[in-house]
Design a protein around this ligand. Structure first.
Ligand code: FUB
Length: 326
């Protein structure tokens, strides 16, 4: 009898170890609900995703965030930003982009979907002591509230260069600008030519800019096509400077008729110190045609020996587990 108990205990331990070895993946989407334009980032050895709540514009009055210690399970942080705390923002709160500076977290967002310079809204910035909020309005007004070089003030991405300078890339309506942020993110520093907004629009650009550095090269990425349709996708260019010139290399993310449509508006996470990269993006399930029915997914992104990005295989299985040494 004693031997049988010992045998069963040993068997259970072995099975549990085996189950941990054959660890499951997260599956896509990585969390439930309609969420789009996800920005993935690492803070304090945890993964975070900041998406748009994908719903009719009048209902887009808050932002939720999600965190994970292993890319497998995600915890929701509801309403980290709410228009109740941003007096000028009424609707269409879109495409958050976040950065840590001097122990504070700055969340850039678009609001109100302005159609011309007479409407109130544009790109705002909110601040918090924690990546999990709550965020309060940093300026009490938008940071960019007008069209410059034809760019609708939406789809901002905040980027820290190698020399410590912060830049804001942004723009909808097929135009992309870059601007140099000042020290406390209350405004911009003009470039040498006196201009504040420098247009850097590459061929086919529509919206959703993103930038990262690999081997001292600047990879600039953006979304192409219409976000409500199946052909939404992501393309990229590589340059020696954050201002380009950006010559389009090609698409790296798009629909797969067997998996999902409308794959686009993405961000990239690099595992610190490793040549391991993840693309965080939204896509539409094959069963859905409603423009807002977008869900947040993660897949692996790889490079070839020339440093070009390999086309991403969008999957149902997703990725993980990955931990950051907690
Ligand atoms: O989610 C609203 C808008 O849809 C974003 O600003 C665009 O980039 C598109 O993804």
């Amino acid at each position: 009898m004693k031997n049988l108990v010992l045998f069963i205990a040993l068997l259970l331990t072995t099975l549990s170890a085996a189950a941990q070895t054959i660890q499951k993946t997260a599956g896509n989407p990585v969390f439930p609900g309609w969420y789009a334009d996800p920005e993935g980032i690492i803070f304090n050895k945890k993964f975070y995703i900041y998406p748009t709540f994908s719903a009719p514009y009048e209902k887009q009055v808050f932002l939720d965030a999600f965190s994970s210690e292993d890319l497998l399970t995600w915890k929701k942080h509801p309403a980290i930003l709410d228009t109740a705390a941003i007096k000028w923002a009424k609707r269409a709160v879109w495409a958050p982009s976040i950065i840590e500076k001097d122990k504070k977290y700055y969340l850039f967002f678009g609001a109100n979907d302005i159609q011309n310079d007479n409407e109130k809204g544009g790109i705002g910035v909110a601040v918090s002591d924690s990546p999990e909020g709550p965020f309060k309005d940093h300026l009490g007004k938008p940071l960019i509230d007008k069209f410059h070089n034809g760019a609708q003030p939406i789809d901002q991405f905040v980027f820290k260069d190698k020399d410590g300078q912060y830049y804001l890339f942004y723009g909808g309506w097929r135009h992309c600008n870059v601007a140099k942020l000042n020290k406390d993110f209350t405004g911009f520093i003009p470039f040498e030519d006196g201009k504040i907004f420098r247009e850097i629009t590459p061929e086919n650009y529509v919206e959703g800019p993103f930038m990262f550095i690999k081997n001292s090269k600047y990879y600039f990425m953006w979304s192409e096509g219409g976000w409500t349709g199946p052909n939404y996708s992501v393309a990229y260019a590589v340059a020696d400077s954050p201002f380009g010139p950006f010559k389009r290399v090609g698409k790296i993310l798009q629909q797969d008729p067997k998996v999902a449509t409308g794959a686009g508006h993405h961000s990239i996470i690099q595992i610190p110190g490793k040549d391991r990269w993840f693309i965080v993006y939204h896509r539409r399930p094959l069963t859905e045609t409603d423009g807002n029915h977008r869900e947040t997914c993660i897949d692996e992104m790889t490079f070839n020996e020339k440093g070009e990005i390999n086309p991403v295989k969008i999957t149902k299985e997703g990725v993980g587990p990955v931990t950051l040494g907690i």
